[in-house]
Write a protein that binds this ligand. Structure first.
Ligand code: FMN
Length: 346
């Protein structure tokens, strides 16, 4: 057991852990359909920080999910809201009314009023920063913490890897805690980002196969079988018809998506479809696809959103075992650096 290694990790995580109100500065990244009451409560109960994925839920449904999560844990957890949601302001109110302490805004730069209302209502605001300039702007707009998510991540992704984002952002943003995300599967990586100045880490893919996760057994099997190279971004076949990059396991659906784009493109070229109609037709392809895979277990036609870290998902196991393993790996790596026992960071 790496004793002073554990003390060092506790010290390195102190700022992030205090911000979250958790034992460890580890967030379970919100995953639509997966991050509901059971996984979120299990994460918070295990000393990490769970985040409910609101996704497309309407306000009453979110209120119900928050209440159900509170019944399963006394520890803090957050709620992830997608900024494009038509009822964004109402969703913020739902969180405030339920005394949710942390609101995570995802999917674009959150509108000023949403940030202000969340803070005024007593919640801490966490934002995704896709680049250094935006990171500074978000801090000025009132973000209490940032997540920098590299393109290794599962789901909707930006173009830049965490390796590069970490170098561009961590040395320069010290006013607020910065959490790193994307492709993290082991404690050694968490330690190295903490040493670079990260306040903590956010992981998604690693928790999909937790015993407490309600993801369909077939969805979990696909993760356990997959290697890093199977988790690829969606391919866009024509730049006139942009496709939002989403990293997912390659399956029948991702292959059909290419054929679908080709067919729509042909109908556009022949004059059968107007440009907007063609664009909508392409966007519509994935509607409901994540739910089909996660809940119904249709792993051939649904969307298997997964990060490159999927290769490090080896079995179904309880959240507490995953957290313990990550922390043990980080602690052992600290000791393997050759740090003597008295070197625990202040
Ligand atoms: C299945 C799946 C669904 C996701 N859904 C969301 C979401 O609704 N909102 C969000 O902000 N991030 C979403 N993410 C991203 C995660 O919150 C997290 O940042 C990401 O998984 C980190 O990378 P990793 O998967 O390599 O650990 C999703 C990721 C996955 C794998």
């Amino acid at each position: 057991m790496a004793m002073h290694g554990h003390a060092a990790i506790t010290r390195l995580m102190a700022r992030g852990a205090e911000f979250l109100g958790a034992r460890y500065a580890l967030l379970g990244g919100a995953m639509s359909w997966v991050s509901e009451r059971h996984l979120v409560a299990a994460l918070s109960n295990a000393g990490a920080f769970g985040v409910i994925a609101c996704g497309a839920m309407m306000p009453p449904r979110l209120a119900e999910e928050i209440t159900a999560t509170q019944a399963l844990t006394d520890r803090p957890f957050g709620v992830n809201l997608i900024t494009m949601h038509p009822n964004l302001m109402e969703l913020v109110e739902v969180c405030l009314e339920a005394k949710v302490g942390h609101i995570v805004f995802a999917g674009g730069i959150p509108p000023g009023p949403a940030i202000r209302r969340a803070k005024e209502g007593g919640a801490k605001v966490i934002c995704f920063a896709p680049a250094f300039a935006l990171a500074k702007k978000l801090v000025r707009s009132g973000a209490d913490a940032l997540v920098i998510e590299g393109s290794e991540a599962g789901g909707h992704i930006g173009p830049v890897s965490l390796n590069v984002l970490a170098q561009e952002i961590l040395p320069h943003i010290r006013d607020v805690p910065v959490f790193v995300a994307g492709g993290i599967g082991r404690g050694e990586a968490i330690l190295s980002y903490l040493e670079m100045g990260a306040a903590g880490a956010q992981l998604g893919t690693r928790f999909v196969c937790a015993t407490e996760s309600i993801a369909h057994p077939k969805f979990k099997q696909a993760f356990i079988r997959a290697a890093a190279r199977d988790a690829l971004p969606t391919v866009q076949i024509d730049e006139r018809f942009p496709v939002i990059p989403v990293r997912a396991l390659v399956n029948q659906g991702t292959r059909r998506f290419m054929e679908h784009q080709a067919k729509v493109l042909a109908r556009f070229t022949s004059g059968e479809l107007a440009k907007e109609e063609a664009q909508l037709d392409i966007e519509h392809f994935w509607a409901g696809a994540l739910r089909r895979a996660v809940i119904d277990g249709d792993v051939e036609n649904g969307s298997l959103m997964a990060g490159q870290s999927v290769g490090m998902v080896l079995r179904e196991e309880p959240v507490a075992a995953i957290i313990a393993e990550l922390v043990d790996q980080a602690a052992a790596a600290y000791e393997n650096r050759g740090h003597p026992a008295e070197s625990v960071p202040a």
